[in-house]
Design a protein around this ligand. Structure first.
Ligand code: ARG
Length: 408
């Protein structure tokens, strides 16, 4: 005999319609196995359904973080860089995946990990072996010699012994894209400009030529992969947008021209505007060099102000936090800053649902609570429209793919 399909009914006191940007009262969501089969106020609950009562809660589509490094998080600068093997990292990665899921993030992009640990984690999660968000992963961060993606600032005797995403020249970067694709990535991430948490001098200087950026994007598109560009600097942002990336990560020093181009090309901004708090309060204690702290001081405040300018101008925004820079599970702390710097609570939740699903390319399956989509559903105690921080403090229910991972 065939196994009977599992039917679940969720009674939602308030339900966020992320496509329309409104809250609906007293809705019923019917779930058959892992998919949403019906949503509305007049849905009849079948007698054999398991009923989940969230009639005093606010129900949202599962949240999506488009910028995570879910495989690890910082403990100590030198230890993390030089005393942890990829195996050490791999063995604890599942802990962070579970924490992220329990915080309400049912889907994440992982935008850079060593040794394809992210690919292995994604596969283990998809196979149901470990709990975690549905992952879309980038494998090795592709970066030039001496860039944010290289090991810089140490003796020439210190270099990557195993694989890395360091690649130079048009042929070199094309080969690195192919290598990442060969080992199973879902998207390509590369460093268009310098960064903060690495020891090269600049924060924002371009680190690839226009030709190299164009080649990365063209090659990725041949293989059907979208491209995310790490880009803090003004010029590098413009170059990456011109090359055709789907998202600018960080976007710290974006200027008017960058904003105009992003609007014109529909490029998403994924700005990690929470983690400055964590870096400035904790990183010195972890032995992070003062040089890096100084770079953070250049970036943090300006990034938030420029985020606000981009939002005002109408650039598309998707939620992304750079988790792994700060502890996993705190992903929702960024909502507060996104609202403080220009989004309405509704727009901020849209950034983490429908917009994020659009950026990843899974809008037909995720990002809203609608018929035919994956049953990725979370609930908050209270009204996040009144107080957006309830999402970080009162995440009481998490369902992913029709399975409940947290209930109170
Ligand atoms: N991974 C990023 C970098 O090292 C983190 C930047 C964090 N700071 C910030 N204000 N967003 O460049």
């Amino acid at each position: 005999a065939f196994a009977q399909e599992k039917i679940t009914a969720i009674k939602a006191g308030k339900l966020f319609d992320s496509e329309k940007g409104t809250f609906l009262n007293n809705q019923v969501i019917l779930i058959k196995d892992n998919l949403i089969s019906e949503v509305g106020s007049n849905v009849k609950i079948p007698a054999n359904a398991e009923v989940i009562d969230l009639s005093t809660k606010t129900v949202l589509p599962g949240l999506i973080d488009c910028h995570t490094h879910i495989t690890g998080q910082p403990e100590n600068y030198m230890e993390d860089l030089f005393r942890k093997s990829p195996v050490d990292v791999a063995i604890t990665a599942h802990i962070y995946a579970k924490r992220t899921l329990e915080a309400g993030f049912t889907t994440c992009r992982d935008v850079g990990a060593s040794e394809y640990i992210d690919v292995a984690l994604r596969n283990a999660i998809n196979a149901g072996k470990v709990p975690g968000p549905r992952l879309y992963v980038a494998g090795f961060f592709i970066g030039a010699t001496g860039s944010h993606g290289d090991l810089t600032g140490f003796s020439p005797n210190v270099h990557f012994q195993q694989g890395s995403g360091v690649a130079d020249g048009v042929d070199g970067v094309r080969k690195m894209v192919r290598t990442n694709v060969k080992y199973g990535v879902d998207l390509i991430k590369f460093g268009a400009t310098a960064g903060v948490l690495s020891e090269e001098e600049s924060v924002g200087a371009p680190q690839y030529s226009q030709e190299e950026m164009n080649a990365i994007v063209a090659e990725a598109h041949l293989w059907g992969k979208k491209v995310a560009a790490h880009a803090h600097g003004t010029e590098g942002i413009i170059m990456a947008v011109k090359a055709g990336v789907s998202s600018i990560e960080h976007g710290s020093f974006v200027n008017e021209e960058g904003i105009r181009l992003m609007k014109e090309k529909g490029t998403y901004l994924v700005a990690d505007i929470y983690n400055d708090d964590f870096i400035l309060s904790e990183y010195s204690k972890m032995g992070v060099p003062q040089k890096i702290i100084e770079k953070e001081k250049l970036v943090g405040r300006l990034q938030r102000e420029n985020f606000q300018k981009a939002v005002k101008a109408g650039v598309k925004v998707a939620y992304g936090t750079d988790s792994g820079v700060y502890p996993h599970g705190d992903n929702a702390k960024q909502f507060f800053y996104m609202v403080k710097f220009g989004l309405t609570p509704i727009q901020a939740i849209q950034a983490a649902t429908i917009n994020a699903a659009d950026l990843i390319g899974i809008k037909d399956k995720a990002g809203s609570i609608s018929t035919g989509k994956w049953a990725d559903i979370v609930a908050v105690d209270g009204d996040p429209q009144q107080d957006i921080t309830l999402i970080e403090k009162k995440m009481v229910f998490v369902m992913k793919d029709g399975k409940v991972y947290k209930n109170q």
